[in-house]
Design a protein. Structure first.
Length: 374
C-alpha cells in the first residue's frame, strides 16, 4: 500500500532492487545526493520484504537477477495487497520489445535501459513522482466526494424526517388559525403563533446545519489564533433563553490557553457542546467548562455536564455522521456532533467523550496551540 499523503518528489522513498553491488552503491549515492531516501535490496526476496517494511513511493527494479528475476518480483508485489499499488520502473540491459511488453503487462509504469544515464533517470523519477502525487490527490478527492455524497444522502433522510414532522406542526397550527381563528381566544391564538415560530426556528436550524456541513467540506479557510473567551461569550448569548429556561449553571475558567483555529467554526463546536450539555444535563444543568494543555502542542477543550452520561456501547457511534442514538436521554446528539467531528478533524484536532455512565459526560475536542509548529 503506497503512502496516502502527497510526497515531495525530492524527499520520496525509492526502493532500488539491484543484484550488482557496485551499481547499487552508485545508484544509492546518486539518488541520495538528489534528496531521495534510498533503500537497497540485492535480490528478489529482500525486495519483497523491503517493500512491505519501508512502504516506498517508487521501486526501481532490475530485471536480470538470479533466483528470482524482476518480472517475478513485480508479479509478487502485485499479488500482495500491501504492495499491489507500488509504482515500478524496470531497469535492464534488455532492449527487445517482448521484454518491455511483458514488463508493462505486469504493471510497470516505465522502463529504463542500462547503462542508466543519470539525467534521464532523474527526469523520469521526477515526472513519475509528480504523476503519482496527482493520482493520489485525485483518489483522495474521489474518496472525499464519495464520502460527502454518502453523508448527504444519509443527511437527506434525516432532514426529510425532521422537516416533515416540523412542517406538519406548522401547517396544522396555521390551518387551525385560518379556519378557526375568529372563534379562538387571544391566548390560544398567541400559543399557536408561538408554536409556529418555534418550529420555524427548528427548520431554520436544520437548514443551517446542512449549509455548515457543506461549508466545512468545501471551504478553504485560514486559521489563526482565536480568543476562546469571546467566542464562549457570544455562544452563551445565543443560548440565553435555554439557560434561563433550565436554570443552567455554567462555570468558566478565568483564563484560556491560545489555540489556532477558525473562529466561526469553533463557535459552532462550542454551541453544539454547550446546548447538548444544557439539554441532556441534570435538573438543573450543572456545567463545567475548561481547557488543558496536552502533549504534542495541542489544547484539550472540554464541557462536563451532570446528566446521565453516554453509555459505553454508544461512544463509538456518537460522533458518527447522522447517527441517531435511540436511548431517549441521548437521542439527537448525533446530528450536531457529526458536524463537530467534521470541523475539528479539518482543523487538525480530535473529538471524544469520557465519563462514567450515570455520572455525567465530558465532551472534548483538541486544537493546535499557538506554539505548535506542526
Amino acid at each position: 500500500m503506497t503512502n496516502q499523503n502527497n510526497v515531495n518528489p525530492e524527499e520520496a522513498v525509492i526502493l532500488v532492487v539491484e543484484d550488482n553491488k557496485l551499481i547499487a552503491r552508485e545508484m544509492f549515492i546518486l539518488l541520495s545526493r538528489v534528496g531521495y531516501q534510498v533503500v537497497i535490496a540485492c535480490n528478489g526476496a529482500e525486495a519483497l520484504q523491503a517493500a512491505v517494511i519501508h512502504n516506498p513511493d517508487l521501486v526501481l527494479l532490475d530485471v536480470l537477477m538470479p533466483d528470482m528475476n524482476g518480472f517475478e518480483v513485480c508479479r509478487r508485489l502485485r499479488d500482495n495487497p500491501a504492495t499491489a499499488e507500488l509504482p515500478v520502473i524496470f531497469m535492464t540491459a534488455l532492449s527487445d520489445l517482448e521484454s518491455k511488453v511483458r514488463g508493462f503487462e505486469l504493471g510497470a509504469i516505465d522502463y529504463v535501459t542500462k547503462p542508466i544515464h543519470n539525467a534521464e533517470l532523474q527526469a523520469r523519477l521526477t515526472t513519475h513522482l509528480t504523476l503519482i502525487n496527482l493520482r493520489r490527490g485525485l483518489q483522495h478527492e474521489i474518496r472525499e466526494r464519495e464520502k460527502l455524497i454518502g453523508d448527504l444522502d444519509a443527511y437527506a433522510h434525516t432532514v426529510a424526517h425532521d422537516l416533515k414532522g416540523t412542517m406538519n406542526n406548522v401547517i396544522g397550527f396555521a390551518h387551525m388559525l385560518v379556519k378557526n381563528g375568529d372563534r379562538l381566544s387571544q391566548e390560544t391564538r398567541n400559543q399557536a403563533l408561538e408554536t409556529i415560530m418555534q418550529h420555524s426556528y427548528k427548520m431554520r436550524d436544520i437548514i443551517d446545519a446542512l449549509l455548515l456541513l457543506a461549508n466545512v467540506r468545501q471551504e478553504n479557510i485560514v486559521t489563526e489564533e482565536i480568543t476562546t473567551g469571546e467566542i464562549i461569550k457570544d455562544v452563551l448569548s445565543r443560548l440565553k433563553l435555554e439557560i434561563e429556561t433550565t436554570n443552567a449553571v455554567i462555570a468558566l475558567p478565568e483564563e484560556w490557553p491560545t489555540a489556532v483555529a477558525y473562529a466561526p467554526w469553533i463557535a459552532e463546536v462550542w454551541f453544539n457542546y454547550l446546548s447538548n450539555a444544557i439539554k441532556y444535563g441534570g435538573m438543573p444543568p450543572q456545567i463545567q467548562v475548561g481547557a488543558d494543555t496536552i502533549e504534542d502542542g495541542f489544547i484539550r477543550f472540554w464541557v462536563q455536564d451532570n446528566g446521565s452520561g453516554v453509555p459505553l456501547d454508544y461512544r463509538d457511534q456518537v460522533f458518527q455522521p447522522f447517527t441517531r442514538l435511540h436511548q431517549s436521554d441521548i437521542q439527537g446528539h448525533g446530528l450536531g456532533l457529526s458536524i463537530v467531528h467534521r470541523i475539528v478533524e479539518k482543523l487538525g484536532g480530535q473529538v471524544g467523550v469520557t465519563g462514567e455512565p450515570g455520572s455525567g459526560a465530558t465532551f472534548f475536542f483538541t486544537l493546535p496551540s499557538k506554539n505548535n509548529e506542526g
